[in-house]
Design a protein around this ligand. Structure first.
Ligand code: SF4
Length: 165
């Protein structure tokens, strides 16, 4: 994990309040979040990057993909916009460093000012569109606790993850 610590430094420099590298076993996934997406989420059927979109992998399929990685970076910010931006930047940087499968789980709503083209026309930024943590059933709260990161309900805590290798 040593060579990857540069991404921790980068996240902090870009404005994250915390950034932690961890083995992927510590990324908590719970399929019950799918119920919360499917029933009651105001964004259901509104984004190409939501589980409602055609071709979006089922949560258990997504978990299999996530578990193919070994290390991820958890990023904590106090602002959604910063969070998505930092994740994208780190993914791009890791890609340039040779981690060709680096992938951020961060959402993409800021790219389109929350006005997704779904379902009328194709995604505006297919190379940058990413799912949110909840869309792939990541338990953000339990993962934060496992990594000794701060998370308080009711506070503006935003989390994203970059799967590195
Ligand atoms: S990048 Fe924009 S158009 Fe594409 S899925 Fe995200 S919000 Fe929708």
């Amino acid at each position: 994990m040593q060579g990857l610590s540069k991404y921790v430094d980068m996240a902090l420099k870009l404005g994250a309040v915390e950034a932690v590298l961890a083995p992927v076993e510590k990324l908590v996934i719970d399929y019950r979040f799918y119920l919360k997406c499917r029933f009651g989420c105001p964004n259901w059927n509104k984004y190409w990057t939501c589980p409602s979109a055609p071709g979006f992998p089922a949560p258990w399929e997504f978990e299999n993909i996530i578990r193919s990685y070994s290390i991820f970076l958890a990023i904590h910010t106090l602002c959604e916009e910063d969070n998505q931006k930092i994740s994208f930047e780190i993914e791009e940087s890791a890609f340039k460093d040779g981690f060709l499968l680096a992938f951020s789980i961060s959402g993409c709503s800021i790219l389109c000012n929350r006005d997704c083209t779904y379902p009328d026309s194709p995604c505006r930024y297919p190379q940058r569109a990413r799912p949110t943590p909840s869309a792939v059933c990541i338990d953000v709260y339990k993962t934060a606790k496992l990594l000794s990161m701060n998370f308080e309900f009711g506070k503006p805590d935003w989390y994203s993850y970059v799967l590195l290798l």
